[in-house]
Design a protein around this ligand. Structure first.
Ligand code: CP
Length: 331
């Protein structure tokens, strides 16, 4: 039964989406099948009423283009109504000192599901622990961004037809990037994947993630240069250096300097294997040159568009699981 779909993780019951590692491989496969069905059924701009009568709240304490708007588009296309606080840090009662838990209790009387982005790591779990409306984590500080990982792995699976055995290189600010943390957790569910972390020391992936890979017997390696890795990898996952998260002016300057050594340009892209792909969670700044957009390996805009269908699948599974089961069974 889909009602039991999510199981329990870290004390958080279904139907919250808070951590990439909460999903089993079987669950991921179901989500990807449903996403493909929805992409086919509703990808042509169709509107349906499968979520008619539901209200979805997007509660964003940090800026966003893709995550907030794609959840809203997904909800609207499925027939739900949307209410939004797009600058909740300033324009919600958080500014008056209201706790996140109180806010979630209050908004749960107004919305059937809350998509939340917050600057504090662990805030999604905190919001979910209130056990009110379902919470979808749209990014929590330096923690995770599980729906981004879902759309990333869906895009990889859609392109290659599988994920097992692929070589994935993550490039850039891996220390401050929540998307790469969630992506690594999710890739660890697949067999024989190899992960390269390509970053200077001040931006390398956290020890907790490397420990997780060791525990799950997933091969990983660290590199500082990425030109050679680009010759071998199936997926190059570029990320932005998150200067706004630097803890001092000195760190900010240092990050700005090292960011110049990890640029995906026309030459690096052309040298990559023909079947390989270039991904990026976006927004990009300088790390992928505009000229790469014309390269057939560039997947990042398609990747972002897939976010709408992944989020449709999640909303449907949470708010109308019987329709999700019907679609899955009819496939
Ligand atoms: N990838 C991503 O999270 O983009 P936004 O910050 O625009 O939501």
């Amino acid at each position: 039964m889909l009602e039991k779909f999510w199981g329990e993780h870290d004390g958080v019951d279904f139907p919250h989406v808070v951590l990439a590692q909460q999903f089993s491989r079987e669950q991921l496969e179901k989500i990807f099948i449903l996403t493909s069905i929805l992409k086919k059924e509703i990808g042509n701009g169709k509107m349906v009423e499968w979520l008619y009568g539901h209200i979805v709240l997007t509660l964003f304490y940090e800026p966003s283009t893709r995550t907030r708007l794609s959840h809203e588009t997904a909800a609207l296309r499925l027939g739900a109504r949307v209410i939004s606080s797009e600058n909740a840090a300033e324009f919600s009662s958080a500014i008056k000192g209201e706790t996140l838990e109180d806010t979630i209790k209050i908004v749960s009387a107004m919305a059937d599901l809350v998509v939340m982005r917050h600057k504090a790591t662990g805030s999604a779990q905190k919001a979910a622990s209130v056990n009110a409306s379902p919470i979808i984590n749209g990014g929590d500080g330096l923690g995770q961004h599980p729906t981004q990982a879902l759309l990333d792995v869906f895009t990889i699976n859609e392109h290659f037809g599988n994920v097992d055995g692929l070589k994935v290189a993550m490039v850039g600010d891996l220390k401050r990037g929540r998307t790469v943390r969630s992506l690594t957790y999710m890739l660890s569910k697949f067999k024989g994947v190899e992960i390269y972390f390509v970053a200077p020391k001040i931006a390398q992936m956290g020890e907790d993630i490397k420990r997780h890979l060791d525990e799950n017997k997933i091969w990983w390696g660290e590199e500082e240069e990425f030109q050679e890795v680009a010759l071998e990898a199936d997926v190059i996952y570029m990320t932005r250096y998150q200067l706004e998260r630097a803890v001092s002016e000195e760190e900010r300057r240092e990050l700005e300097e090292v960011s110049k050594s990890h640029i995906m340009n026309r030459n690096v892209a052309n040298d990559m294997p023909e079947t390989s792909i270039i991904m990026h969670p976006l927004p990009r700044v300088e790390e992928i040159r505009w000229s790469v957009d014309q390269n057939p390996r560039a997947k990042y805009f398609e990747q972002a568009a897939n976010g709408i269908y992944i989020r449709m699948a999640l909303l449907l599974m949470i708010l109308n699981p019987s329709k999700a089961v019907e679609l899955l069974n009819s496939n």
